[in-house]
Design a protein around this ligand. Structure first.
Ligand SMILES: NC(=O)c1ccc[n+]([C@@H]2O[C@H](COP(=O)([O-])OP(=O)(O)OC[C@H]3O[C@@H](n4cnc5c(N)ncnc54)[C@H](O)[C@@H]3O)[C@@H](O)[C@H]2O)c1
Length: 395
Protein backbone atom coordinates (compact mmCIF):
# COMPACT_ATOMS: atom_id res chain seq x y z
CA UNK A 1 0.00 0.00 0.00
CA UNK A 2 1.48 3.38 -1.00
CA UNK A 3 1.28 6.28 1.44
CA UNK A 4 -1.96 8.20 1.12
CA UNK A 5 -1.72 11.86 0.11
CA UNK A 6 -3.86 14.39 1.92
CA UNK A 7 -4.80 17.90 0.80
CA UNK A 8 -5.31 20.41 3.60
CA UNK A 9 -7.65 23.35 3.06
CA UNK A 10 -7.78 26.29 5.48
CA UNK A 11 -4.91 24.93 7.63
CA UNK A 12 -5.49 27.58 10.32
CA UNK A 13 -9.10 26.52 10.96
CA UNK A 14 -9.92 25.64 14.54
CA UNK A 15 -12.13 22.52 13.94
CA UNK A 16 -10.34 19.55 12.37
CA UNK A 17 -12.58 17.84 9.78
CA UNK A 18 -11.32 14.67 8.07
CA UNK A 19 -12.87 13.89 4.67
CA UNK A 20 -12.15 10.33 3.56
CA UNK A 21 -12.29 10.96 -0.21
CA UNK A 22 -12.28 13.75 -2.77
CA UNK A 23 -15.75 15.27 -3.18
CA UNK A 24 -17.08 17.22 -6.20
CA UNK A 25 -18.05 20.90 -6.25
CA UNK A 26 -16.95 23.89 -4.22
CA UNK A 27 -19.88 24.86 -2.00
CA UNK A 28 -19.16 22.10 0.53
CA UNK A 29 -15.65 23.44 1.15
CA UNK A 30 -16.92 27.01 1.41
CA UNK A 31 -19.40 25.91 4.09
CA UNK A 32 -16.67 24.21 6.10
CA UNK A 33 -14.13 27.02 5.82
CA UNK A 34 -16.85 29.56 6.73
CA UNK A 35 -17.40 27.43 9.86
CA UNK A 36 -13.70 27.85 10.75
CA UNK A 37 -12.78 24.26 9.84
CA UNK A 38 -9.40 22.92 8.80
CA UNK A 39 -10.35 20.36 6.15
CA UNK A 40 -8.12 17.34 5.48
CA UNK A 41 -9.07 15.46 2.32
CA UNK A 42 -7.80 11.95 1.40
CA UNK A 43 -6.60 11.79 -2.21
CA UNK A 44 -6.62 8.98 -4.76
CA UNK A 45 -9.02 6.42 -6.18
CA UNK A 46 -8.39 3.64 -3.67
CA UNK A 47 -10.95 3.23 -0.88
CA UNK A 48 -9.50 3.97 2.59
CA UNK A 49 -8.79 0.75 4.52
CA UNK A 50 -9.69 0.53 8.22
CA UNK A 51 -6.12 1.14 9.46
CA UNK A 52 -5.82 4.30 7.34
CA UNK A 53 -9.17 5.50 8.63
CA UNK A 54 -8.13 4.97 12.24
CA UNK A 55 -4.81 6.75 11.65
CA UNK A 56 -6.60 9.65 9.95
CA UNK A 57 -8.54 10.60 13.07
CA UNK A 58 -6.02 9.41 15.65
CA UNK A 59 -5.21 13.02 16.53
CA UNK A 60 -7.95 15.12 18.03
CA UNK A 61 -10.62 15.31 15.36
CA UNK A 62 -13.90 17.23 15.41
CA UNK A 63 -15.76 15.59 12.53
CA UNK A 64 -15.40 12.98 9.79
CA UNK A 65 -17.15 13.07 6.43
CA UNK A 66 -17.08 9.39 5.41
CA UNK A 67 -18.24 7.03 2.70
CA UNK A 68 -20.44 3.94 2.29
CA UNK A 69 -17.31 1.91 1.45
CA UNK A 70 -16.10 2.21 5.08
CA UNK A 71 -17.29 0.11 7.99
CA UNK A 72 -18.34 2.40 10.85
CA UNK A 73 -18.58 -0.31 13.47
CA UNK A 74 -19.07 0.23 17.19
CA UNK A 75 -15.29 0.01 17.63
CA UNK A 76 -14.56 2.56 14.89
CA UNK A 77 -17.23 4.96 16.14
CA UNK A 78 -15.90 4.53 19.69
CA UNK A 79 -12.43 5.49 18.49
CA UNK A 80 -13.90 8.50 16.68
CA UNK A 81 -15.78 9.64 19.79
CA UNK A 82 -12.59 9.14 21.85
CA UNK A 83 -10.74 11.40 19.36
CA UNK A 84 -13.21 14.12 20.39
CA UNK A 85 -15.44 14.07 17.30
CA UNK A 86 -18.87 15.66 17.62
CA UNK A 87 -20.35 14.12 14.44
CA UNK A 88 -19.92 11.38 11.85
CA UNK A 89 -21.30 12.79 8.60
CA UNK A 90 -22.04 10.16 5.94
CA UNK A 91 -21.66 11.13 2.27
CA UNK A 92 -24.79 9.13 1.27
CA UNK A 93 -28.48 8.81 2.08
CA UNK A 94 -28.14 5.12 3.11
CA UNK A 95 -26.19 4.33 6.28
CA UNK A 96 -26.24 0.52 6.56
CA UNK A 97 -22.42 0.65 6.99
CA UNK A 98 -22.87 2.64 10.23
CA UNK A 99 -23.77 1.05 13.57
CA UNK A 100 -26.40 3.66 14.33
CA UNK A 101 -27.36 2.19 17.71
CA UNK A 102 -23.71 2.35 18.82
CA UNK A 103 -23.37 5.95 17.58
CA UNK A 104 -26.47 6.90 19.59
CA UNK A 105 -25.13 5.15 22.70
CA UNK A 106 -21.90 7.13 22.24
CA UNK A 107 -23.88 10.37 21.87
CA UNK A 108 -22.52 10.83 18.34
CA UNK A 109 -24.83 12.42 15.75
CA UNK A 110 -24.83 10.67 12.35
CA UNK A 111 -25.60 12.84 9.32
CA UNK A 112 -26.85 11.70 5.90
CA UNK A 113 -27.82 13.40 2.62
CA UNK A 114 -31.48 12.78 1.66
CA UNK A 115 -33.43 14.67 -1.00
CA UNK A 116 -30.71 15.15 -3.60
CA UNK A 117 -30.42 11.47 -4.60
CA UNK A 118 -34.05 10.55 -5.10
CA UNK A 119 -34.72 11.48 -8.73
CA UNK A 120 -31.17 10.67 -9.86
CA UNK A 121 -31.22 7.16 -8.40
CA UNK A 122 -34.78 6.51 -9.60
CA UNK A 123 -33.71 7.52 -13.13
CA UNK A 124 -30.81 5.06 -12.99
CA UNK A 125 -33.29 2.34 -12.01
CA UNK A 126 -35.43 3.34 -15.02
CA UNK A 127 -32.34 3.21 -17.25
CA UNK A 128 -31.46 -0.28 -15.97
CA UNK A 129 -35.05 -1.44 -16.41
CA UNK A 130 -35.04 -0.57 -20.08
CA UNK A 131 -31.42 -1.60 -20.65
CA UNK A 132 -32.44 -5.06 -19.44
CA UNK A 133 -35.90 -5.20 -21.06
CA UNK A 134 -34.66 -3.90 -24.42
CA UNK A 135 -31.27 -5.67 -24.36
CA UNK A 136 -29.26 -2.47 -24.78
CA UNK A 137 -25.95 -3.85 -23.49
CA UNK A 138 -26.25 -6.97 -25.68
CA UNK A 139 -26.87 -4.75 -28.70
CA UNK A 140 -23.92 -2.55 -27.83
CA UNK A 141 -21.62 -5.59 -27.51
CA UNK A 142 -22.87 -6.94 -30.85
CA UNK A 143 -22.11 -3.63 -32.60
CA UNK A 144 -18.63 -3.34 -31.11
CA UNK A 145 -17.85 -6.93 -32.08
CA UNK A 146 -18.59 -5.99 -35.72
CA UNK A 147 -21.35 -8.64 -35.74
CA UNK A 148 -24.17 -6.43 -37.09
CA UNK A 149 -25.06 -7.71 -40.57
CA UNK A 150 -28.24 -5.67 -41.03
CA UNK A 151 -31.79 -5.44 -39.60
CA UNK A 152 -33.49 -8.76 -38.88
CA UNK A 153 -37.09 -9.39 -37.76
CA UNK A 154 -35.93 -11.72 -34.98
CA UNK A 155 -32.79 -10.03 -33.65
CA UNK A 156 -32.55 -9.25 -29.90
CA UNK A 157 -36.25 -9.19 -29.18
CA UNK A 158 -37.04 -7.73 -25.78
CA UNK A 159 -40.12 -6.96 -23.67
CA UNK A 160 -42.63 -4.15 -24.13
CA UNK A 161 -43.35 -2.78 -20.67
CA UNK A 162 -46.12 -0.37 -21.74
CA UNK A 163 -49.35 -1.17 -19.81
CA UNK A 164 -47.58 -4.00 -17.98
CA UNK A 165 -47.41 -4.50 -14.20
CA UNK A 166 -44.66 -2.91 -12.13
CA UNK A 167 -43.56 -4.18 -8.72
CA UNK A 168 -41.69 -2.04 -6.21
CA UNK A 169 -40.07 -3.59 -3.16
CA UNK A 170 -39.64 -0.70 -0.72
CA UNK A 171 -41.78 2.29 -1.76
CA UNK A 172 -39.85 4.96 0.13
CA UNK A 173 -38.39 8.09 -1.46
CA UNK A 174 -36.56 6.43 -4.36
CA UNK A 175 -38.99 3.55 -4.87
CA UNK A 176 -41.94 5.95 -5.08
CA UNK A 177 -40.08 8.28 -7.49
CA UNK A 178 -39.25 5.29 -9.71
CA UNK A 179 -42.88 4.16 -9.50
CA UNK A 180 -44.16 7.58 -10.60
CA UNK A 181 -41.74 7.64 -13.55
CA UNK A 182 -42.76 4.17 -14.74
CA UNK A 183 -46.50 4.64 -14.17
CA UNK A 184 -46.69 8.07 -15.81
CA UNK A 185 -44.23 7.32 -18.59
CA UNK A 186 -45.36 3.81 -19.50
CA UNK A 187 -48.88 3.54 -18.05
CA UNK A 188 -47.99 0.54 -15.91
CA UNK A 189 -50.16 -0.77 -13.09
CA UNK A 190 -48.31 -0.53 -9.79
CA UNK A 191 -48.00 -3.10 -7.01
CA UNK A 192 -45.78 -2.24 -4.07
CA UNK A 193 -44.56 -4.10 -1.04
CA UNK A 194 -43.43 -2.10 1.98
CA UNK A 195 -43.71 -2.44 5.73
CA UNK A 196 -45.43 0.98 5.60
CA UNK A 197 -48.36 2.14 3.54
CA UNK A 198 -47.43 4.90 1.06
CA UNK A 199 -50.68 6.89 0.88
CA UNK A 200 -49.05 9.72 -1.05
CA UNK A 201 -47.98 7.36 -3.84
CA UNK A 202 -51.41 5.73 -3.91
CA UNK A 203 -53.06 9.18 -4.20
CA UNK A 204 -50.64 10.18 -6.96
CA UNK A 205 -51.50 7.11 -9.05
CA UNK A 206 -55.24 7.60 -8.36
CA UNK A 207 -54.98 11.21 -9.61
CA UNK A 208 -53.13 10.06 -12.72
CA UNK A 209 -55.75 7.35 -13.29
CA UNK A 210 -58.49 10.03 -13.10
CA UNK A 211 -56.56 12.10 -15.66
CA UNK A 212 -56.41 9.11 -18.03
CA UNK A 213 -60.13 8.43 -17.59
CA UNK A 214 -60.91 12.09 -18.34
CA UNK A 215 -59.03 11.61 -21.61
CA UNK A 216 -61.05 8.52 -22.47
CA UNK A 217 -58.16 6.14 -21.68
CA UNK A 218 -58.03 3.06 -19.50
CA UNK A 219 -56.91 4.00 -15.96
CA UNK A 220 -53.81 2.66 -14.20
CA UNK A 221 -54.05 1.03 -10.77
CA UNK A 222 -52.00 0.98 -7.58
CA UNK A 223 -52.18 -1.48 -4.71
CA UNK A 224 -50.07 -2.56 -1.79
CA UNK A 225 -49.26 -6.28 -1.77
CA UNK A 226 -49.65 -7.80 1.67
CA UNK A 227 -46.81 -10.22 1.00
CA UNK A 228 -43.74 -10.27 -1.20
CA UNK A 229 -44.73 -13.51 -3.04
CA UNK A 230 -48.05 -11.86 -3.98
CA UNK A 231 -46.11 -9.08 -5.74
CA UNK A 232 -43.49 -11.30 -7.36
CA UNK A 233 -45.89 -13.52 -9.28
CA UNK A 234 -47.92 -10.59 -10.62
CA UNK A 235 -45.23 -8.31 -12.04
CA UNK A 236 -43.40 -7.87 -15.34
CA UNK A 237 -40.77 -5.72 -13.61
CA UNK A 238 -39.63 -5.91 -9.99
CA UNK A 239 -37.40 -3.11 -8.71
CA UNK A 240 -35.74 -3.26 -5.29
CA UNK A 241 -35.62 -0.04 -3.24
CA UNK A 242 -35.89 -1.18 0.38
CA UNK A 243 -33.15 -0.16 2.79
CA UNK A 244 -30.63 -2.84 3.82
CA UNK A 245 -31.33 -4.12 7.33
CA UNK A 246 -31.01 -7.47 9.09
CA UNK A 247 -34.56 -8.25 7.87
CA UNK A 248 -34.00 -7.33 4.22
CA UNK A 249 -30.71 -9.23 3.72
CA UNK A 250 -31.34 -11.75 0.87
CA UNK A 251 -34.96 -10.58 0.64
CA UNK A 252 -34.79 -11.92 -2.91
CA UNK A 253 -33.25 -15.40 -3.11
CA UNK A 254 -33.88 -18.61 -5.04
CA UNK A 255 -37.53 -19.11 -3.92
CA UNK A 256 -38.44 -15.50 -4.71
CA UNK A 257 -36.77 -15.66 -8.14
CA UNK A 258 -38.66 -18.88 -8.84
CA UNK A 259 -41.92 -17.10 -7.96
CA UNK A 260 -41.34 -14.43 -10.63
CA UNK A 261 -42.57 -14.59 -14.23
CA UNK A 262 -40.17 -16.40 -16.60
CA UNK A 263 -39.67 -13.24 -18.69
CA UNK A 264 -39.66 -10.74 -15.85
CA UNK A 265 -37.08 -7.97 -15.35
CA UNK A 266 -35.45 -7.59 -11.93
CA UNK A 267 -33.64 -4.37 -11.00
CA UNK A 268 -31.57 -3.65 -7.91
CA UNK A 269 -30.33 -0.12 -7.27
CA UNK A 270 -30.65 -0.27 -3.48
CA UNK A 271 -27.92 -2.34 -1.80
CA UNK A 272 -26.34 -5.55 -3.09
CA UNK A 273 -27.02 -7.84 -0.09
CA UNK A 274 -30.81 -7.56 -0.56
CA UNK A 275 -30.35 -9.94 -3.48
CA UNK A 276 -28.75 -13.39 -3.25
CA UNK A 277 -26.35 -12.94 -6.17
CA UNK A 278 -25.38 -16.62 -6.46
CA UNK A 279 -29.08 -17.52 -6.70
CA UNK A 280 -29.53 -14.85 -9.38
CA UNK A 281 -26.67 -16.32 -11.44
CA UNK A 282 -28.24 -19.79 -11.26
CA UNK A 283 -31.69 -18.42 -12.12
CA UNK A 284 -30.48 -16.34 -15.10
CA UNK A 285 -28.51 -19.33 -16.45
CA UNK A 286 -31.60 -21.53 -16.30
CA UNK A 287 -34.00 -18.83 -17.59
CA UNK A 288 -32.42 -16.97 -20.54
CA UNK A 289 -35.57 -14.85 -21.04
CA UNK A 290 -35.40 -13.54 -17.44
CA UNK A 291 -33.42 -10.29 -17.30
CA UNK A 292 -31.74 -8.35 -14.53
CA UNK A 293 -30.19 -4.90 -14.15
CA UNK A 294 -27.81 -4.40 -11.24
CA UNK A 295 -26.32 -1.18 -9.96
CA UNK A 296 -25.14 -2.74 -6.69
CA UNK A 297 -23.41 -5.99 -5.79
CA UNK A 298 -23.45 -8.22 -2.76
CA UNK A 299 -19.70 -7.94 -2.12
CA UNK A 300 -18.62 -4.78 -3.94
CA UNK A 301 -16.50 -4.47 -5.97
CA UNK A 302 -16.41 -8.28 -6.46
CA UNK A 303 -18.97 -10.00 -8.69
CA UNK A 304 -20.44 -13.43 -7.93
CA UNK A 305 -18.81 -16.17 -10.03
CA UNK A 306 -20.53 -16.43 -13.40
CA UNK A 307 -22.35 -13.07 -13.20
CA UNK A 308 -20.16 -11.32 -15.78
CA UNK A 309 -20.69 -14.12 -18.32
CA UNK A 310 -24.48 -13.75 -18.36
CA UNK A 311 -25.91 -11.95 -21.39
CA UNK A 312 -29.25 -11.45 -19.64
CA UNK A 313 -27.73 -9.31 -16.85
CA UNK A 314 -26.82 -5.63 -17.27
CA UNK A 315 -24.19 -4.38 -14.83
CA UNK A 316 -23.11 -0.89 -13.83
CA UNK A 317 -20.67 0.09 -11.05
CA UNK A 318 -22.90 1.62 -8.35
CA UNK A 319 -23.84 4.68 -10.40
CA UNK A 320 -27.20 5.34 -8.71
CA UNK A 321 -26.32 8.80 -7.42
CA UNK A 322 -23.72 9.58 -10.10
CA UNK A 323 -24.89 12.89 -11.55
CA UNK A 324 -22.95 16.09 -11.02
CA UNK A 325 -25.99 17.75 -9.42
CA UNK A 326 -26.48 14.94 -6.93
CA UNK A 327 -22.87 14.27 -5.99
CA UNK A 328 -22.26 18.03 -5.46
CA UNK A 329 -25.51 18.26 -3.51
CA UNK A 330 -24.49 15.32 -1.32
CA UNK A 331 -21.17 17.03 -0.58
CA UNK A 332 -23.00 20.24 0.36
CA UNK A 333 -25.40 18.42 2.70
CA UNK A 334 -22.64 16.32 4.31
CA UNK A 335 -20.58 19.48 4.93
CA UNK A 336 -23.63 21.39 6.18
CA UNK A 337 -24.34 18.59 8.68
CA UNK A 338 -20.77 18.73 10.02
CA UNK A 339 -20.58 22.55 10.07
CA UNK A 340 -23.92 22.88 11.87
CA UNK A 341 -23.13 20.38 14.63
CA UNK A 342 -19.69 21.95 15.17
CA UNK A 343 -21.42 25.32 15.61
CA UNK A 344 -24.14 23.89 17.90
CA UNK A 345 -26.91 24.72 15.43
CA UNK A 346 -30.24 22.86 15.54
CA UNK A 347 -31.46 20.25 13.08
CA UNK A 348 -33.61 21.16 10.04
CA UNK A 349 -37.29 20.18 10.53
CA UNK A 350 -37.58 17.88 7.49
CA UNK A 351 -35.31 16.64 4.71
CA UNK A 352 -37.34 14.15 2.71
CA UNK A 353 -37.56 15.87 -0.66
CA UNK A 354 -35.37 18.02 -2.86
CA UNK A 355 -37.55 21.04 -2.03
CA UNK A 356 -36.87 20.46 1.69
CA UNK A 357 -33.09 20.72 1.21
CA UNK A 358 -32.95 23.23 -1.67
CA UNK A 359 -32.11 26.22 0.63
CA UNK A 360 -28.87 24.44 1.62
CA UNK A 361 -27.95 23.96 -2.04
CA UNK A 362 -28.89 27.36 -3.42
CA UNK A 363 -29.43 30.11 -0.84
CA UNK A 364 -26.68 32.70 -0.54
CA UNK A 365 -27.01 32.46 3.23
CA UNK A 366 -27.88 28.78 3.80
CA UNK A 367 -29.96 27.85 6.86
CA UNK A 368 -28.18 27.80 10.21
CA UNK A 369 -29.13 24.16 10.72
CA UNK A 370 -27.98 20.59 10.09
CA UNK A 371 -29.99 19.34 7.09
CA UNK A 372 -30.32 15.71 8.25
CA UNK A 373 -29.15 13.93 11.40
CA UNK A 374 -30.62 10.43 11.42
CA UNK A 375 -30.41 9.94 15.19
CA UNK A 376 -31.39 13.56 16.04
CA UNK A 377 -34.56 12.56 17.91
CA UNK A 378 -32.89 9.65 19.73
CA UNK A 379 -30.18 12.07 20.90
CA UNK A 380 -32.72 14.77 21.79
CA UNK A 381 -31.11 17.32 19.46
CA UNK A 382 -33.22 20.47 19.04
CA UNK A 383 -34.90 21.05 15.70
CA UNK A 384 -35.34 24.40 14.01
CA UNK A 385 -38.94 25.47 14.56
CA UNK A 386 -41.17 25.90 11.52
CA UNK A 387 -42.97 29.27 11.57
CA UNK A 388 -46.80 29.37 11.23
CA UNK A 389 -46.42 30.38 7.55
CA UNK A 390 -44.50 27.18 6.95
CA UNK A 391 -41.25 29.15 6.53
CA UNK A 392 -38.41 28.10 8.77
CA UNK A 393 -37.43 30.42 11.57
CA UNK A 394 -33.71 30.84 11.04
CA UNK A 395 -32.82 32.52 14.30
N1 LIG B 1 -27.54 2.77 -5.91
C1 LIG B 1 -27.26 3.90 -5.29
O1 LIG B 1 -26.30 4.58 -5.60
C2 LIG B 1 -28.17 4.38 -4.20
C3 LIG B 1 -28.39 5.76 -4.07
C4 LIG B 1 -29.26 6.21 -3.07
C5 LIG B 1 -29.85 5.29 -2.21
N2 LIG B 1 -29.60 3.96 -2.36
C6 LIG B 1 -30.26 3.00 -1.47
O2 LIG B 1 -31.63 2.99 -1.83
C7 LIG B 1 -32.39 2.61 -0.70
C8 LIG B 1 -33.65 3.43 -0.61
O3 LIG B 1 -33.35 4.78 -0.35
P1 LIG B 1 -34.52 5.80 0.01
O4 LIG B 1 -33.90 7.14 0.10
O5 LIG B 1 -35.67 5.60 -0.90
O6 LIG B 1 -34.90 5.26 1.48
P2 LIG B 1 -36.29 5.33 2.24
O7 LIG B 1 -35.97 5.13 3.66
O8 LIG B 1 -37.07 6.54 1.84
O9 LIG B 1 -37.08 4.04 1.67
C9 LIG B 1 -36.81 2.74 2.06
C10 LIG B 1 -38.13 2.01 2.14
O10 LIG B 1 -37.88 0.63 2.42
C11 LIG B 1 -38.96 0.19 3.23
N3 LIG B 1 -38.65 -1.08 3.90
C12 LIG B 1 -37.93 -1.29 5.01
N4 LIG B 1 -37.92 -2.58 5.34
C13 LIG B 1 -38.66 -3.22 4.39
C14 LIG B 1 -39.01 -4.58 4.16
N5 LIG B 1 -38.62 -5.54 4.98
N6 LIG B 1 -39.77 -4.86 3.09
C15 LIG B 1 -40.20 -3.88 2.25
N7 LIG B 1 -39.87 -2.58 2.41
C16 LIG B 1 -39.12 -2.26 3.47
C17 LIG B 1 -39.18 1.34 4.21
O11 LIG B 1 -40.42 1.28 4.87
C18 LIG B 1 -39.05 2.53 3.26
O12 LIG B 1 -40.30 2.92 2.72
C19 LIG B 1 -31.46 2.75 0.51
O13 LIG B 1 -31.07 1.47 0.93
C20 LIG B 1 -30.24 3.42 -0.02
O14 LIG B 1 -29.09 2.95 0.62
C21 LIG B 1 -28.80 3.50 -3.34
Amino acid sequence: MTAREWVIVNPGGSHRVVVTGELPGERWLQLLTAADCRVEIAQGHEVLVAAELRAAFANPCDAVIGQITESWSEEMLGALAAAGALIYSQYAVGYDNVDLAAATRLGLPVGNTPGVLTETTAQLAVALTFAAARRIAEGDRLMRAGAYRGWLPTMLLGSLLFRGTLGIVGAGRIGAAYGRMMVEGHKMDLVYHDVRENEELERYVADYAAFLVARGERPVTCRRAATLPELLGACDVVSIHAALTAETQHLIGAPELAAMKEEAVLVNSSRGPLLDEAALVAHCRAHPCFRAGLDVLEREPAMAPGLAELDNVVLVPHLGSATTFTREGMATLAAANAAAILQSWPVWPAARSLEDVRPFLEDEAPPRAAPSIVNADALGLPRLAASPQGKEDQQ
